[in-house]
Each structure stands twice: as C-alpha cells, then as structure tokens.
Design a protein around this ligand. Sequence first.
Ligand code: FES
Ligand SMILES: [Fe+2]
Length: 375
Amino acid sequence: MSSQQTFDDAPQRQTPDSLLLRGFWYRALPSDQVYRYALAKAMLLEIPLVLGRDRQGRPFALQDVCPHRGMPLSCGRFDGSHIECSYHGWQFDAQSGQCQAIPSLTPDQKLRVERIYAGSFACEEHDDFVWVFIPEPGPASGGFSRRADVTAPVPRVPTFSDRYQFAYLTSELPCSVDHGIIGLMDPAHGPFVHQAWWWRRRESIHEKQKAFEPIPYGFRMSAHIPSSNSAPYKLLKLYADADSITTTIDFTLPNLRWETIRAGKYWFASLTTVTPITRDHCRIDVVAAWNLFRRLPFGPSLLQYVFAKFVEQDRRTMELQSQGLKHNPHLMLIDDADRPAKWYFQLKQAWLDARRSGTEFRHPMAGPVLLKWRS
Ligand code: FES
Ligand SMILES: [Fe+2]
C-alpha cells in the first residue's frame, strides 16, 4: 500500500476556474471596513468587487467593472443609492446593478437602459463580516444579466447562550487557498511552528489518535476530550472542569473550519475561513464567539492575543513556504498526518465532478476513520 501521494494527481495544477470553487458564500470584508456613502474594493476568486453600504445601511457588492467600457466603478461617485461611473457617467442602482441613466442619450434615442446591468452579487452581513455569494459562471451575456440566485444560506458562527462575546482576526497569506487550507488542518506542524514557553515545547511531541467521520461536504474530528492541542482549550481548562470538556472540529467545503468547545455552561465557538483572493493569494479570517471570561477583565484580550500569535506564526511560515513553492516543486502528502489534506482535495474534486456531470455529490469517505500521528 502506498503511503505517498504527489500533488500531481490532486486538483493542484488545474485551471484557475476549477481551483477556485464557485457556488458558495465567501467572506469579502470585515463589516467595519464598509461605510455608508463610501465605496470599498475587495477581490474574491480573482473577481474585482466594489462594496458599499447604502443610505439604509444595507451592504451591496458589484463587480468593479463598468459594463460600458470597463472603468472600475470604485472610481465613481456614490450618493447612497446609485453609483455613477467616472468615465461617461452611466448610473447604476447599487443593490441590483441595474442601469438607471446614460447621460449621452438624446431624447429620441430609444436604447433600453433598464436592460443593462453591472454585475451584482448577493450580499449579506453576519458575525462582523460582509459575505458575498459567488455563483457558478452563467452564460456570457456581457452587461445584460441580473444577479444569480443564491443556492445556500450564509454560514454562521454557532452560539449556545444569549450572552456572549465576539471577536475577529484577519491575516493575508501569500499562498493559494489550497495551501492555506491544508496548512490550517495540518496537525504535524504544531510542535515546530507553534512553540512558546507558555504553550508547548518541541520535546512534548507524542502519539495521538483521533476519530474522523464524514459529514455533508466535509469531515468531522469527533467530539472528544482534547489532548491540549487548541488554544482556547488551555484557557478553558483554567476555568472549567477539564473532564467535562468536549470539542468538535469540522471542515466543510469550500473553506470552512468550525470549532466548538463546550464545558458545562461554558462554550467557545469559531468559524475560520480561508478565502481565495487570487490563485496565489488568500486571506484567513477567524471569527470567534464565547461566553467565558465575562468576569475576568483580561480574558478576551488574552484569547485574542493567543489567537493572533498563532495566526501570525502560520502566516510567517507560509510566507517562507511560498519562496519554495515559487519553483513549482513536486510535493507529497503522507499518511496519516496529511490524510485530512487528501480528503480536502478529494472533496473538492468530488464537488467539481458533480457540478460538471450534473450528478449527485459522491462523498470520498466511506465511513468513520481512526488516524494516528505524532505531534
Ligand atoms: S466606462 Fe463606465 S460609463 Fe463608460
Ligand atoms: Fe498552525
């Protein structure tokens, strides 16, 4: 039995269209970067977007390209309901993208302005982020297509009580979304990348066994008493009875990592996404909610400090890794530590196959699996 798999047979070297999964919601910008009466630029899956907030405070997202002659709409003016292109003054409704006026038309010219659209995307705001739905590419109809339908609800951070605290952290990674995601689920880098005197030392490496099971479009590391591997766990242990702690970590397509830790009435939950910006650039956003430390003055900042430290260690590592990846090396994934990474590539391929053939999604995992590694 082979314990190696090169990336060559994974969807690594395919066209960018298949590398970046469409038909999903993606985090576009943190809410506090989208202002009323202002335009903000963002990029998702190599699609340039202009985001803003209308007079009522509702966010919107349009393709940052004027359907007339391609001027970025973000260069235009926004009055709280319409965007006026800076080149020839065409006006578009910010929410629907529908063209409202073309100043060069004379009264006898009967061009049906209302049939023209600037590309518009479904846009919703949840958990401190503006999310944008990137649909499957439709038939080419340059400038005349309305917004595509949304096929799924926006992913939300799970919460387990009425009162809780909330924070987010964001960091850009100079690598493809695939490397960002498999870096996130990789258990073997911990002892080498995430060293700190208050956390763990390299010598603490030991054998671990974890149960995994398939879930819709992803897999779950089953609820169990954690082996001191996650940052909130260490803090939780100080706070609650360690024996009562259970944690669940799910990964689901296209880019979602859900972590839930519960200990009696206390809980911590996070939804981490790795968002493709371009084919070799992604961004990690960790959004966490918890009801711990409410009476502990430094609790939340301590938690954020720990998270920021971890994410920064990962970012620095991937920055260095990208120097090697520039030369397009042959890579390998080994069992069992890289098995979750293999599942990720298989899930992605299964999704693309289902889309292409119009058949049902076939989950690559047959059932529960026990994995062993040292970390
Ligand atoms: S390019 Fe936008 S109005 Fe002409
Ligand atoms: Fe890490």
